[in-house]
Design a protein around this ligand. Structure first.
Ligand SMILES: C[S@@+](CC[C@H](N)C(=O)[O-])C[C@H]1O[C@@H](n2cnc3c(N)ncnc32)[C@H](O)[C@@H]1O
Length: 230
C-alpha cells in the first residue's frame, strides 16, 4: 500500500461499503488471491461514472466483474467487459446476473485490444487494468474513441506488479531508472508518459487503492493552448 497504514485505514473507514454481491466477489478474490481494484478505487470508478453521466464504459481486463459492478453502481448504462480467461468472465456474468445488472453488460471473451477494435465508441469512461506492458497500446487504441469530457482510469500506477521506487525515480526525471527486464514497471512508465504528453488529456494520479491515473479528455484534437499561458 502506498499511503501510510493510518491514511489507508482512514480512507477505508470513510469509504463506500460493498453490496451483498460485491462482498461475495471480494471474498472470491481473497480466496483466489485475485487482484481486483478494491472498494476505495471502486468508489472512484462509481464517482467517475456518476460525474460523466456515463452511457458506455469500456474495460481492458474485467476479471469477474468487480470493477464493472462499481461503474454500474455509479449509474453507467452499459459496460463492455473484456477478459481472456473464459472462466473468470463466466463467473462475472453469474455475479452480475445475481446483482440484476447483466442486461447492462456486454461480455467480450478474448484479447481486450482486439475487442476495442470492434467498437466505434464514444466511450464516456475507460478502465485500463490488464497487462501493464500493454497499457500504452490500450491508450493509443482507445483515445480517439473517448468522448470529450470522458475519462480514462488506469490501475496499478503505484502498487502491484511494479517497482514503486524505480517508477518514482523515473517520474522525477532520473534516466534509465527502470530495469530493462522489468516490463510491468516500464509499461506503467510508458503509459504515464503517453497520457501526460497527450495535450487532449489532463492527467492526475490518485493514491487510492493501488494508485489510479485519471485522465480527462478535454478536447478532440491536440492543438489546445493552455489558457494559463494566454
Ligand atoms: C487486475 S485484473 C482485473 C481486475 C478487474 N478490473 C477488477 O477490478 O475486478 C486483470 C485481468 O485482466 C485480464 N487480462 C490481462 N490481459 C488481458 C488482455 N489483453 N485482454 C483481456 N483480458 C486481459 C487477466 O486475465 C485478469 O483477469
Amino acid at each position: 500500500m502506498v499511503l501510510s497504514d493510518e491514511a489507508t485505514r482512514f480512507v477505508r473507514a470513510a469509504g463506500p461499503e460493498h453490496t451483498e454481491v460485491q462482498e461475495r466477489m471480494a471474498a472470491l478474490a481473497r480466496e483466489r488471491r485475485f487482484p481486483n481494484i478494491g472498494p476505495d478505487a471502486g468508489g472512484v470508478l462509481r464517482m467517475v461514472a456518476r460525474l460523466t453521466g456515463a452511457e458506455t464504459v469500456f474495460e481492458f481486463g474485467s476479471g469477474f466483474g468487480y470493477s464493472a459492478s462499481w461503474f454500474l453502481r455509479g449509474g453507467a448504462d452499459r459496460v463492455v467487459l473484456t477478459e481472456f480467461d473464459e472462466d473468470e468472465l463466466e463467473r462475472g456474468e453469474e455475479f452480475l446476473t445475481e446483482a440484476g445488472l447483466a442486461d447492462c453488460c456486454q461480455f467480450e471473451h478474448g484479447d481486450a485490444l482486439a475487442a476495442v477494435e470492434r467498437y466505434d465508441g464514444p466511450f464516456d469512461v475507460v478502465l485500463v487494468d490488464h497487462q501493464k506492458e500493454r497499457y500504452e497500446d490500450a491508450f493509443h487504441s482507445v483515445a480517439p474513441k473517448v468522448a470529450e469530457g470522458g475519462v480514462v482510469v488506469a490501475d496499478n500506477i503505484m502498487y502491484g506488479p511494479i517497482d514503486f521506487h524505480s517508477l518514482l525515480a523515473h517520474m522525477e526525471g532520473e534516466p534509465r531508472a527502470i530495469d530493462i527486464d522489468d516490463e510491468p514497471s516500464r509499461g506503467v512508465a510508458c503509459y504515464l508518459d503517453a497520457v501526460r504528453d497527450d495535450p487532449a488529456f489532463e492527467t492526475l494520479v490518485l493514491p487510492v487503492g493501488s494508485g489510479l491515473a485519471v485522465s480527462t479528455k478535454v478536447e478532440e484534437t491536440g492543438d489546445r493552448s493552455d489558457p494559463v499561458d494566454t
